[in-house]
Ligand binder design. Structure first.
Ligand code: FAD
Length: 497
């Protein structure tokens, strides 16, 4: 049973109102180390109730379960904003949930008041799919507990941030194959797939999910143990489409003893040099060992190639990219670093930014894009602040056993690309968005179709098949079953089928 001391709305708001101390509060208030996750279906301490919903019995809840905030509440702004400053949306109500019961009560309220719902865990959605205008925002940031079932299996609540997960897991010498940005939350990451340095060895984050619980649009608590379709859907197709995921069980893996990284830098690129380098990079990565990962990052006329390896450093591995090394202007290797120290280097900025990032295609190899690369190079380098990145996937992600068990449809692609742009002032936005779309059109005209759901672009014309491939129609059927009123609805949410 949940032992958290009851906190009234007034106390909660007072604490949140501590301005810049907000982050400290969130961490202090987090009682994840002491509290087991409450797995009981009802909160025994409930002493107030909401109105009866038309289809479901009334949910009994207290302010220990959920607090509803509106525009006049002091912390409304802090709780609505996400990582992308490009969006400034105002939900009608924010439901700050602490428990599963709180989530059910919030969904009941949305049903009663006919409000659409957006779900937010870490708030890193590229296109602000986790906060809508005039709708209900279900903010899960306080549902971030970690509970170990045994030495290898763990239960995570949705808003556990990756930096919190690594901080808890690494001293126990365990990992899951998650991403690298410290402030991304595990729910958004897993529900769309999730990849990172360890994925070529252990699969996507979603492939390591063993059980999941979700409150659907009807307010029912579903458990994948009774409903295997839930696990299938949430392995790649679960972002905000059907309900609110409240609990995720993962198998973990032994943490490697060390982590090496090799950074190569190439300056003042010409088109010819770029083409030579990208051909060499694809050649090198084709036979990459599964403990390694590589990123090819064109930022202006500077190219950075990052190679990481979590098997102990060996000269044999380092010599596998001798050709690239011989072409580089700078080479900086870091051998056999402590894993926790190494991962912190990639946590990135915590503060929100103005940006537009999106998938610019999944590729089998260079053959998918070779003929358009000169044009991509010219367009990316014509505007400072544009970045074109290709990351390696492949390895264990392609294991056939994962294929039928997940709605993630892109396993045959070994590379994922991402277009990025960052700016300082709102007045710069239109120039960047224009250039961004111009580059995306180059890929689109060339027939690049497959896109990563966690790197969405509001302008993808056939986003349904781009994200979900042939699995879209099965997801549509589940949408009709789990969210018949289409409460969970945003620009690119799965439609009823
Ligand atoms: C700086 C940065 C670095 C990144 N690095 C990586 C990386 O290394 N690897 C990678 O794979 N991806 C990466 N991503 C993409 C990231 O995986 C997605 O943005 C992810 O969806 C963010 O999850 P979130 O919970 O933080 O965001 P949110 O905005 O809270 O949620 C994202 C989506 O998931 C839905 N959602 C969130 N929680 C729930 C829930 N409990 N139940 C149902 N739906 C929910 C939301 O409604 C929304 O549609 C990165 C993104 C950023 C901004």
């Amino acid at each position: 049973m949940n032992s958290r001391k009851k906190m009234t709305k007034r106390e909660f708001l007072k604490l949140l109102g501590m301005g810049s101390l907000g982050l400290v509060f969130w961490q202090c208030y987090d009682s994840k180390k002491e509290e087991p996750i409450d797995e009981s279906p009802m909160n025994e301490n409930s002493n107030s109730s909401s109105e009866q919903a038309s289809t479901q019995p009334a949910i009994s809840f207290t302010e220990n379960d959920v607090i509803f905030l509106t525009r006049n509440d002091e912390n409304y702004n802090q709780l609505r904003l996400g990582f992308n400053k490009r969006f400034d949306r105002f939900p009608q109500v924010i439901a700050v949930c602490f428990t599963e019961i709180g989530v059910q009560a919030a969904i009941q309220k949305a049903n009663q008041e006919k409000l659409k719902i957006a779900v937010k865990s870490g708030g890193h959605s590229f296109e602000s799919f986790s906060c809508g205008e005039n709708s209900m925002l279900i903010n899960l940031s306080k549902m971030n507990k970690i509970q170990w079932k045994d030495q290898e299996n763990v239960i995570l609540q949705p808003a556990c941030l990756l930096q919190e997960i690594y901080a808890d897991f690494l001293p126990k010498k365990r990992i899951i194959p998650a991403g690298s940005c410290g402030t991304v939350a595990v729910a958004g990451l897993t529900l769309g797939g999730g990849y990172g340095f360890f994925s070529r060895k252990y699969g996507l984050t979603c492939d390591n999910l063993t059980r999941i619980k979700m409150v659907n649009g009807k307010g029912e608590l579903l458990d994948s143990q009774e409903n295997p379709d839930l696990l299938w859907a949430c392995r790649g197709g679960g972002n905000g489409n059907f309900g609110v995921v409240t609990e995720m069980h993962y198998q973990t893996h032994p943490a490697p003893n060390s982590f090496s990284s090799y950074r190569l830098r190439f300056r003042n690129l010409t088109e010819d040099r770029f083409m030579n380098l990208i051909r060499n990079w694809f050649d090198f990565t084709e036979n990459l060992r599964n403990e390694a990962f590589s990123a090819f990052v064109l930022n202006g006329k500077t190219l950075t190639i990052l190679i990481t390896n979590f098997q102990n450093h060996s000269s044999e591995f380092e010599s596998s990219f001798d050709t690239l090394k011989s072409l580089a202007d700078d080479y900086s290797p870091t051998y056999n670093q402590n894993l926790a120290t190494a991962l912190k280097r990639y946590y990135g900025r915590k503060d929100p930014l103005y940006f537009k990032n999106a998938s610019s295609g999944l590729y089998h190899g260079i053959q998918d894009i070779e003929s358009i690369l000169p044009e991509v190079f010219q367009k990316v380098t014509s505007k400072s602040g544009m970045i074109y990145q290709i990351n390696t996937l492949g390895g264990a992600i392609q294991n056939s056993e994962f294929e039928g068990n997940s709605s993630y449809p892109h396993r045959k692609y070994s590379y994922l690309s991402e277009l990025q742009s960052y700016w300082e002032k709102p007045s710069q936005e239109s120039g960047f968005l224009e250039k961004f779309e111009e580059i995306q059109q180059v890929f689109h005209r060339h027939g690049i179709q497959a896109q990563y759901r966690n790197y969405p672009d509001i302008n993808f014309p056939n986003w349904q098949t781009a994200y979900y491939g042939q699995n879209y129609s099965r997801l549509q059927k589940l949408k009709s079953e789990w969210d018949p009123e289409d409460l969970f609805s945003f620009e690119q949410s799965v439609r009823k089928g």
